[in-house]
Design a protein around this ligand. Structure first.
Ligand code: OSB
Ligand code: MG
Length: 374
């Protein structure tokens, strides 16, 4: 079995600005495996370049995968399926993006081996997935409204605005009046407020937002429960939810009424399937978030988004809008009705361009299987 981890640099066409700063180059981490029969699997560990979103970074994910996650996964044996690999990775604490990248490669490998699409091996049903746009922080209201209206013209089913203290009330008022009351609108603060801002945040209630995402700190579950008692807009959590247990606790505490599920942020597809079950049983609105992944990471997000519990549009603006070139070709498109078709090709579902991966690779480590294994 060949197993390698690659760090790739994908320059963004335009910087993506959030309350934690500007992202200009997207370094991300890929996991590539190939078995004796030539079946391949690709996965992505989409930690950001820096520790300002969550503690994990592309560099830390690369190291944890090379030194711990891939060796543990390979010890599960050449015939292990993705759930067995997830179990083999469970001794690793935290480092959810690293674990997810490794597990994802085994999901794609399993799909290729079984001749099934990724959607089928995950139990997804929908053939098309509705998506929304995530609009970064711009220098002016006019520039933001312009980007929103361009997205509306392209069919996006929902608008998400990045906000931070001082870039919030006027912005939401301007966008709400531009798009009208029927467009699904929400905001994402990436943890930039405190409970002292509760009154200001309550003033967003009048704009009919679908949710306010991660208003408070990345580890502030109890404070979110307090805030939710003081505002009418449903709180959605992103950064706070890094395991199935976190989601269960958040719902029990009333810390959120809406869930952004990034499969990689909760540790991989197996954990994400458990979160999906939990939210579906509890009737909690659920949607698939994004991490500005390459088409490799988006492929598994797209597949899982076809499950019935994903009630709201996904964050999945296409790689063609983020990067000069995607790592898969053809990549996916957002159709004029704001949906992306879920591929039914076996395996990952999108052909990986080895030449583009090679050109983007900044470092690589090959991990040997334990002696005696194929
Ligand atoms: O907070 O949801 C977020 C991108 C990178 C890091 C964090 C977030 C985002 C997004 C999703 O907003 C954008 C996308 O992947 O299309
Ligand atoms: Mg978010």
């Amino acid at each position: 079995m060949l197993a390698e981890v690659l760090e790739v640099a994908l320059p963004l066409l335009r910087p993506f600005v959030t309350s934690f700063g500007a992202t200009t180059t997207r370094r991300t981490v890929l996991v590539h495996i190939q078995d004796e029969q030539g079946h391949e699997g690709w996965g992505e560990a989409p930690a950001l370049d820096h520790p300002f979103y969550l503690p994990e970074t592309a560099s830390s994910a690369f190291a944890v995968i090379a030194e711990h996650a891939l060796p543990l996964a390979l010890r599960a044996g050449p015939d292990a399926g993705p759930e067995e690999v997830a179990a083999a990775l469970s001794p690793i604490r935290g480092n959810t993006f690293a674990r997810a990248g490794v597990e994802a490669a085994w999901w794609a490998l399993a799909a290729e081996r079984e001749g099934l699409s990724l959607r089928e091996v995950m139990g997804g049903m929908r053939e098309r997935v509705p998506v929304g746009q995530s609009v970064g922080i711009h220098p002016s209201l006019e520039a933001t409204v312009e980007e929103v209206m361009a997205g509306q013209a392209r069919g996006y089913r929902r608008v998400k605005l990045k906000v931070k203290p001082g870039w919030d009330l006027e912005l939401v008022a301007a966008v709400r009046s531009a798009v009208g009351n029927d467009v699904m609108l929400q905001v994402d603060a990436n943890g930039s407020y405190t409970l002292d801002d509760a009154e200001r945040l309550a003033r967003l209630d009048r704009y009919g937002l679908a949710c306010i995402e991660q208003p408070l700190g990345w580890d502030q579950l109890v404070a979110h429960a307090e805030l939710q008692r003081r505002i009418a807009t449903p709180i959605c959590l992103d950064e706070c939810l890094r395991s199935v247990g976190d989601v269960r606790l958040a719902l029990e505490l009333g810390a959120c009424r809406n869930v952004n599920l990034k499969p990689a942020r909760v540790g991989g597809i197996s954990a994400a399937l458990a979160v999906h079950r939990l939210c579906r049983e509890a009737g909690v609105p659920l949607w698939c978030g994004g991490m500005l992944e390459s088409g490799i990471g988006r492929a598994s997000n797209l597949a899982i988004s076809s499950l019935p519990g994903f009630t709201d549009p996904a964050d999945m603006s296409p790689a063609s809008e983020l990067f000069a070139h995607d790592l898969v070709d053809p990549t996916y498109q957002v159709d004029p009705d704001g949906c992306i078709a879920v591929p039914d090709r076996p395996g990952l579902g999108f052909p990986v361009r080895d030449d583009r991966v090679a050109a983007a690779t900044v470092r690589k480590a090959v991990v040997e299987p334990p002696a005696g294994d194929g």
